[in-house]
Structure formats: C-alpha cells, structure tokens
Design a protein around this ligand. Sequence first.
Ligand code: PEP
Ligand code: MN
Length: 349
Amino acid sequence: MIVVMRPDATKQEVQHVVKLIRDLELTEHIIEGSDLTVVAVIGDDRKKDGSVLEQAPGVDRVMKVLAPYKMAAKETRGGEKTQVDIGAGCVFGGKHVPVIAGPCSVEDEEKIMVAARAVKAAGAHALRGGAFKPRTNPYAFQGHGEDGLKMLAAARAETGLPIVTEVLTPSEVDMVSEYADCLQIGTRNSQNYKLLEACGKQPKPVLYKRGMAMTLDEWLQAAEYILAAGNPNVILCERGIRTFEDHTRNTLSLSVVPELQFRTHLPIVIDPSHGTGHARLVPAMAKAAIAAGCDGLAIEMHQDPEHALTDGAQSITPAVLTELMSSLQRVAAAVDKECSPCAAEAATR
Ligand code: PEP
Ligand code: MN
C-alpha cells in the first residue's frame, strides 16, 4: 500500500499515519516529493485493512501497489521521477542526460589522471574506474583496492568530476563510500543481497547494474533491497544480458528503457561498453540509448585501449568520446532532453 497525503497535509498528520502503519505491525518509508508526501507501507500488507489509513486526517488516498517492488514502483512517487544527484551538478533522472566515462580499471596514478582530464575535456560529467575488479579469472588483475580509490580521489580533486567506482563486498562498503561519489554494484553481484543492503545503509548514491541473467522483474525486486534499507538514491544500469548471440559480448537490451520508465521512478543508465564488448559499436548504441529515453550513459574510455589492463576491446578513445559527446547533444535535443558538456568544461570553452 501507499498512502498519498494531501498537498496541504501537516507534519503531524504524516506522523499520525506513520503511527497507524506501525499499529498494523508494518513499517513506513516517507517519500517527500516536490508537490506532495507519500508514505510507502513496507512489509506484507496483503491481509491488512487499509481503511483506517484512508480515514486519517490529511490523507488523500490509499493505493494498493500490486508490484512486489513497492518502493521502486512508479505509483509510489505518483508518477514523479526520482532525481539522483551524485555531485558537481551531475543529476540523473531529469531533463539532462549525464555521461559517466573512464577506464574499466584504475591502472595507476598517472593513467587515471590522464583519463580524467580527457573525460572532462570531452565534456562528460563523471569519472568511472574500478579499484576493486570482479574478475572471471583469479590470476587476472584484481585492481589496486584502496590505493586505487586514492588515485580516483586525486583525479576528482584536480578535475572536479564526481567519481563512480565499484564495491565488491559488504565489508568494503564503508571504505568505498568514503572515497566515491557513487557506488557501483556490478552485474556479478547483482543478487548479492547482503551487499545490496549494505549499500542501502550508506549515504552515497548507487549505480546498480542488472545481473547478466536477471529478468527485469528480479532486477527491480533486488533494487528494492537498497531502497528498503534506507537509500532512495538508486540508479539502474542496463549493461547487457547473456543470450545465444555471440557477435557481441552481451546483448544490450534497450527495450528495458521504455519498460522501466513505465514501471519505476528510478533513473535508468545504459552501459553500451559492456553491453556490446566492441568499441566500434559503442557510439551507435549510446545514441540509440538516448533516443530510447535513458537518463544517463556509462561508457568505458581509455587513452590507449590496446594496452588497457581490462576491457580494452570495448573502450573508446578520448577522440571518439569527444566526437560522440557532440552527437549525443543533438540526439538528446531530438527527444526533448539535454546532453550539454559538463559545467566546468563549458565554462572553459
Ligand atoms: C565494469 O563496469 O567495469 C564492470 C565490471 O561492469 P559489469 O559489472 O557490468 O560487468
Ligand atoms: Mn569493464
């Protein structure tokens, strides 16, 4: 159930609704939108009588949310989209479509700095790079861990770009959260519910990638773990799924964009790099993603893809990113969105 308060409802009336919900042995989550407050009822409310809530002062209406993901469901915010601000004016879920770009992994201090400068010069809005890498092979480069986080922080200090980086285990969430502006949960950890909960309990936004074998419904139910643990700032990221097709590394399922816009208020980011596995396919799929209505992009870029320690084949160069940024601006305008260069870079142009 969700309880939609009247626009003029007082704080006391909201608190009274909270008390009634707790009396029903359920818990609440208050969502304050720009126009009205909604109280989501958390827990199994199927056998509970909501009429007591309907009659409470300040309540406009009580709605049953049929989806199993109550907090992620679109109705819960009355059709209003969630906007997730990761810092430095980089907001997902509004008219502007930010681009996160950077190497797959943080390789060394100098390389991440060169990459960060290139990301900024191209006009992209946030820097990505893994300090903790989930590798298929245990002998492959695993990332520099906390040292990598420090390198990212130095790149942020110089460029002003917010940083997005992956966290692999619940025990490392606090450490990654201290350095990062946005925590990434990768495809391999998409159903690590303890990790999802831990990310839900820390204050930074989360870029939550779809599991490579997850249905959309499972993905939204899993996102609910982060939301229900107390973190409303979740960005969904489609990065491709496993299919029989082998001309790409994964199959980038772009139809999730309109479907998710229909089902959830959470912003949706597309990762055309892992979604295709080939740099030459990335620009077209990035443009297609914006045309489909996504709220942001996450793109792997490397200044020397041939020598990248990880995911070189799918990393575009700074020159390609720069050119892509200007086409993205035009595609965004065609669908009534914006993808203008990051503020810091625009100021220096
Ligand atoms: C990455 O972003 O480098 C990464 C490991 O992504 P995914 O979890 O989508 O494979
Ligand atoms: Mn990668």
